[in-house]
Design a protein around this ligand. Structure first.
Ligand code: SAH
Ligand code: SF4
Length: 407
């Protein structure tokens, strides 16, 4: 099983705590799920179930098809697999995805699922993460989480105020895509072998910092983009990072997805405040890593995300600096209206200011779409994801914010 909890401790950078508590450990369930395993790992599992070596490749192909093309949830449905093997597999394994504990459907069609995951301690409540499906006319985007909470404390982000953190496993990450297909009836069946799928795009923009859970994210995305399985192309998968510089080039080499950078500020002093990880990896280093992103071209541009915070980062001077900073990088700029959450200390920029900002960038030659907030009525918009059981008290929130802001 690709379970790799990566213990880290808080990192001190120039006297400030950039990251929070160490990661929790993960306790796998008694019967592990086959979801999230590579073909080689799957071959080992069926070897344990008694399949002779010369049959394993063929059996793996069959299982892969049933799990990732047809989306079955029981071994009993795998009709071309021998009864004896199905019984043997059933004894040792499951094809479980994370448990869905709630589904909310917004008036704009956005759907949010609350998922339950085992925690590190039997006595403790299980962890929860969220995942969101956003239907649009030409695509359906699934926003996927990579961690329970986030070890980073961006001051405008709800997820960042969450206490508990553990890395999701590859199975729990790929499992979110499978849950979306389950709930939307989006698997290939006999009636719709070539039918259009609803989930066409993936954005790693849910809870957590995907580049701090590198191996599991890489393994999950290899499964999601596998042509003989879920088959969502890497060009339709976007990984968003707050700027974990050492892993950016690695992501280009080992994951090969599209890249989005949460920039949000054009000066280090402000970015230190908004995205405290900037103290460790300042803007110049971050942009250098972007310039070196493998496969970068005009056809494969990097998206720079910029949350519009009233009176904080939304002046025309900021827009000018932004254009200067990105010179020479094939880039798109995505302006995100700030999504307020209970207890947040920022306001969203006024609409005409967002328009002026966007116009400046557009006139400088950048595509600058303003991301329309979706699913606001079900708190499903960017940066609002947070598990229900992890709400912090106002005092704890204040302490966290102070921790992120103090120098
Ligand atoms: N940790 C990764 C991916 C998850 S956050 C990252 O930071 O990139 C996905 C995007 O939502 C990021 O650009 C993040 O900065 C933005 N975001 C977080 N909180 C937000 C909020 N309250 N309103 C708007 N965007 C927010
Ligand atoms: Fe973590 Fe991203 Fe939120 Fe920052 S914006 S706290 S990196 S999830």
């Amino acid at each position: 099983m690709a379970v790799q909890p990566q213990p880290t401790t808080g990192v001190q950078a120039r006297g400030v705590l950039v990251e929070k508590t160490p990661l929790e450990t993960y306790v796998p369930p008694a019967k592990p799920s086959l979801v999230g395993l590579s073909r080689a790992e799957l071959a080992d599992c069926i070897g344990q179930a008694g399949v002779p070596e010369n049959q394993r490749k063929m059996r793996v192909q069959q299982l892969w098809h049933w799990i990732y093309v047809r989306g079955v949830r029981t071994f009993g449905e795998m009709t071309n697999v021998s009864k004896a093997l199905r019984v043997e597999l059933e004894k040792h394994f499951t094809i479980d995805r994370p448990e869905v504990v709630a589904e909310q459907i917004s008036e704009d069609g956005t759907r949010k699922w609350l998922l339950r995951l085992p925690s590190g301690h039997a006595a403790e409540r299980p962890h929860e993460v969220e995942c969101v499906y956003i239907p649009e006319t030409d695509r359906g985007t699934l926003c996927v989480s990579s961690q329970v909470g986030c070890t980073l404390n961006c001051s405008f982000c709800h997820t960042g105020t969450q206490r508990l953190v553990r890395n999701l496993t590859a199975g729990e990450i790929a499992g979110q895509v499978m849950i979306a297909r389950d709930r939307l009836g989006d698997w290939i069946d006999r009636e719709t072998p070539n039918g259009n799928r609803l989930v066409t795009n993936i954005v790693m923009m849910g809870m957590g910092e995907p580049l701090y859970n590198f191996d599991a994210v890489r393994d999950a995305l290899a499964i999601v983009s596998d042509n003989e399985g879920i088959a969502i192309s890497r060009r339709r998968i976007t990984l968003s990072t707050s700027g974990v510089v050492p892993n950016i080039v690695r992501a280009g080499e080992e994951i090969g997805s599209m890249l989005a950078i949460s920039l949000h500020a054009v000066r280090d002093d402000l970015r230190n405040e908004l995205v405290p990880l900037n103290r460790k990896y300042p803007i110049a280093e971050l942009l250098e890593a972007c310039r070196n992103y493998p496969g970068l071209s005009n056809a494969r541009r990097i998206t720079f995300e910029y949350v519009m915070l009233k009176g904080v980062n939304d002046s025309l001077d900021d827009a000018k600096w932004l254009v200067k900073l990105l010179k020479g990088i094939p880039a798109k700029i995505n302006l995100i209206p700030f999504n307020p959450w209970p207890g947040s200390s920022y306001q969203c920029s006024d609409w005409d200011q967002i328009e002026k900002f966007s116009e400046y960038i557009f006139n400088a030659g950048y595509s600058s779409p303003v991301r329309t907030p979706r699913g606001r009525d079900i708190l499903a918009a960017c940066g609002q994801l947070k598990s229900e059981t992890e709400k912090l008290s106002a005092r704890e929130r204040q302490a966290l914010r102070a921790m992120a802001m103090t120098d």
